[in-house]
Write a protein that binds this ligand. Sequence first.
Ligand code: ZN
Length: 178
Amino acid sequence: MISQDGIIDAAEFCPSPNFDERPNNTSIDLIVIHAISLPAGFYNTQLIKDLFLNCLDPGTDQFLESIKDLKVSSHFLITRKGTLIQFVPTHKRAWHAGISVYKARENCNDFSIGIELEGCDDEEFEQSQYNSLSRLINFLSKDLQINKQNIVGHADIAPDRKTDPGPLFDWTLLQSML
Ligand SMILES: [Zn+2]
């Protein structure tokens, strides 16, 4: 993997408008793992892309209708097949964590990289996703000097609001691959 202008060459780049600048003098030292499925419980990578690109067509789906105007993004998405998609350059601030706290530091978007896995709370993730995720984290930790201990789930930094990546995410497996 090579990173130029914060974009990784191994990723399909789909630029999202949902980002801004990180605060001055902020070093990136946290990786936040998320899970997303659209509609909930179904896997449709295109709908996730559409959400992050602000062009989600909700059709008749009430859940999609309820989220279609959210301005959200993540730096990366790993599909069920393990394909890596990037939406925001790593040095920019993606809008993935929302109200959040990590070790008494608020607004985790300021200092983190957000990685979405296509998945949900009640289904195990695919081996190809762990392969892609571990490769990405190994690269990011080297490229951005992020400590590999500083990897959390969205639920860890926003426990009142979020459950992702969910109880079936295998942290032990991930650690064994880093
Ligand atoms: Zn999340």
